[in-house]
Ligand binder design. Sequence first.
Ligand SMILES: [Zn+2]
Length: 96
Amino acid sequence: MLIRWQNVLIKMEGKMKMKIYAKKVGICTLKEGVTLEYIRKRYPDAIQIDHIPTEEDLKEWHNEGGGCEAIDGCWVDPDGQCEHGYDSWLVALGWI
Ligand SMILES: [Zn+2]
């Protein structure tokens, strides 16, 4: 039973549309079947996005000293960039 469920989950994952972020295009949802590798040929800095921060996240970050997570999960200034060259979420979302 366990193995069957795993197969189902793998299939679901394959069908879920992936969200990515690249500087030139911002946050966008990939069409079904488009892989990150494919997108990276055109936008080498493209990174997969697992989650977009919620208002709760932002409040928490504010309470933690006013920093902000970068797209790749690094901790940066709200208007900053991490050492890997990724913008903070606030910049990526166009909020500042
Ligand atoms: Zn980083």
